[in-house]
Design a protein around this ligand. Sequence first.
Ligand SMILES: NC(=O)c1ccc[n+]([C@@H]2O[C@H](COP(=O)([O-])OP(=O)(O)OC[C@H]3O[C@@H](n4cnc5c(N)ncnc54)[C@H](OP(=O)(O)O)[C@@H]3O)[C@@H](O)[C@H]2O)c1
Length: 320
Amino acid sequence: MSTIRWGILSTGRIANTFAQGLEVLSDQRVAAVGSRSLASAERMADAYGARAHGSYEELAADPEVDAIYVATPHSRHMEDTLLCLDAGKPVLCEKPLALNEAQGRRMIDRARERGVFLMEAMWTRFNPVTARVRQLIASGAIGEVRSITGDFGFRGEFDPSGRLFDPHLAGGSLLDVGVYCVAYASMIYGDEPEAIVALDDRGSTGIDEQCAWIQRHAGGRMANLSSAVRTDTAQQMVICGTKGMIVVPRFFYADRLVLNGVEEAIPLEGNAYHYQAIEVQRCLAEGLLESPVISHEESLAILRTMDRIRAELGLCYPGE
Ligand SMILES: NC(=O)c1ccc[n+]([C@@H]2O[C@H](COP(=O)([O-])OP(=O)(O)OC[C@H]3O[C@@H](n4cnc5c(N)ncnc54)[C@H](OP(=O)(O)O)[C@@H]3O)[C@@H](O)[C@H]2O)c1
């Protein structure tokens, strides 16, 4: 597939950011926008010269759409992704892939049954700084990695019915931003933790406003990770090996790293959300059903780890 005509499923904050991100690519564009509200779809579609659909079903059925970006709250990722897969549309689904492993498994099973591409939009994975971190570690630049310390917290405005705080929308810091920390440790260590301990600060709506957990991986490799939706934190990743250390400031949106005290800047193109779209395009062109960079099995492993952290916390979502 040489060009991608994207369908954007939802008109929320990140849907717009992703759509803007595509503007640096000459062979990918927003072709259609689907929303629960036609007026909202029209507003966003107008900005991109795209078609508007007043329902997600109409978007999924649009024959002039090659792939769909699902950007709804976590509680809807499964339902919206299944809708698109059933319509034969490749899907890039926002993180976390699903609310829990069981849902993620259903989505992946469906993608495989239908022979349709599915990828979690773990966009940090495609950031050039992340690629450089992987390369440095693989080349032995810091020896064997023994410890990872990472945090991703921000002070979101408290809105009990908003996506971040409403348990019915699967809000909470772990699923919203902690997932980046879990995914980073998964990328560096390449396996699932053998043991986890976790603590959280449960807010008034019943979701984790702060969460901290320690993962121990085989051979005593450790990860100390945390997330927050009511507190700004350093948002950095520190990767320590037997021969040195890499610090990645603002690791989820990084434009530099510090290797043993020496800074290396890697400028980002555009708003950096298009890197994942390039990977989708590459996978579709090669006829792949998943990306090797964030595979189905790894998305499931990330969900399993988050399920284990939530089990430690005693944190369930309605209907689970
Ligand atoms: N990659 C990143 O950097 C990044 C950043 C932020 C968020 N995200 C992820 O992107 C997804 C959406 O986050 P967001 O911040 O864009 O959320 P948002 O601004 O609240 O938008 C969510 C959209 O989902 C649709 N929706 C469908 N059912 C809904 C419901 N019951 N309640 C609220 N909205 C509903 C709405 O679109 P319509 O009204 O048009 O149907 C809404 O605009 C989440 O999975 C989140 O984790 C990723």
